[in-house]
Design a protein around this ligand. Structure first.
Ligand code: CP
Length: 307
């Protein structure tokens, strides 16, 4: 059994049973990473290409490890030393990779919709590894997996997502995913960082952080997306941090056993204090570890779907 589509472009297009299938598959694949020899032959002979037009630490390396742990061949394209710098288009670059029999192309791009445009024109499967402020589906799946692992389920949990909702692809994918899985989703941040129509996505909007945290099971902090904001959306970072930064005093509004999450990269002292980021409530490193199992599951299920 595989995913229904050829590609994974966003959570919005995924059905609830497909999300469940990815999480269940990740659960059975997670064990591979704790073996002495961290490898299974499931995707021997398949080729996965990482095509990242934006910087990445977690997503790029976890796709690389995921492909290698499934015994696929993995190619990392360095944009700076590729023919993109000579003016080759995104489509021509991808078309050439497809001509070299790439089965799966993993793409990160600053332009929202770039993975979708590629997927429509290629036979290779395309995985969206983050496009502009649109979606970051494998991060949301990783976050769901981490919550489910710690809390035993997702339905009925109160999840508060805090920060620059308007520019965050992680927030958008998590909102789609958590609402589909029955969680009670709250978003908190300044009005300038709330996208138009956010209330139509099935979430409750808060501008007071303490209120948004009240009784929360999970608190998901977001990075300020300064590279995407274009103009100042807040008087100063210090002011933002005072009103919307998470610290141990504020966390007391949430449930005692609330999980603290952050997709990374973390700006310590801005959206979250260091003691919380490294504290007992934090599952930030679990998110990183689980990212490999989830990406193994996505690669595996897309290949199974094609087969
Ligand atoms: N969470 C996330 O996408 O991190 P990277 O930018 O390091 O991939």
């Amino acid at each position: 059994m595989g995913l229904k589509g050829k590609d994974l472009l966003g959570i919005r297009e995924l059905e609830t049973d497909e999300i469940g299938l990815i999480l269940d598959t990740a659960e059975s694949l997670k064990e591979v990473s704790s073996r002495d020899i961290k490898k299974v032959p499931a995707l021997r002979g398949k080729t996965v290409v990482n095509l990242f037009f934006e910087p990445s630490t977690r997503t790029r390396t976890s796709f690389e490890l995921a492909a290698k742990r499934l015994s696929a061949d993995l190619l990392n394209i360095s944009i700076a030393t590729s023919s993109v710098v000579k003016g080759e288009t995104l489509f021509d670059t991808a078309k050439n990779l497809e001509a070299m029999m790439a089965d799966i192309i993993v793409i990160r791009h600053s332009s929202s919709g770039a993975p979708d445009r590629l997927a429509r024109r290629l036979k290779s499967s395309v995985i969206n590894a983050g496009d502009g402020s649109h979606e970051h589906p494998t991060q949301a799946l990783t976050d769901l997996y981490t919550i489910r692992e710690r809390k035993g389920g997702l339905s009925g949990l109160i999840v508060t997502i805090v920060g620059d909702i308007a520019h965050s692809r992680v927030a958008r994918s998590n909102i789609y995913a958590l609402v589909k899985m029955g969680a009670d989703v709250r978003v908190a941040g300044p009005p300038t960082m709330m996208p138009a129509g956010i209330d139509k996505l099935g979430v409750r909007v808060y501008h007071d952080l303490d209120e948004a945290l009240s009784g929360a099971d999970v608190v998901m902090m977001l990075r300020l997306q300064l590279e995407r904001q274009g103009k100042a959306l807040f008087p100063s970072i210090r002011e933002y941090s005072r009103l919307y930064g998470l610290n141990s005093e504020r966390l007391k509004f949430a449930k005692k056993d609330a999980l603290v999450m952050h997709p990374g990269p973390v700006n310590r002292g801005v959206e979250i204090t260091s003691d919380l980021a490294d504290g007992v409530s934090s599952v930030i490193m679990d998110q990183v570890t689980n990212g490999i199992a989830v990406r193994m599951a996505v690669i595996y299920l897309l290949s199974a779907g094609r087969a």
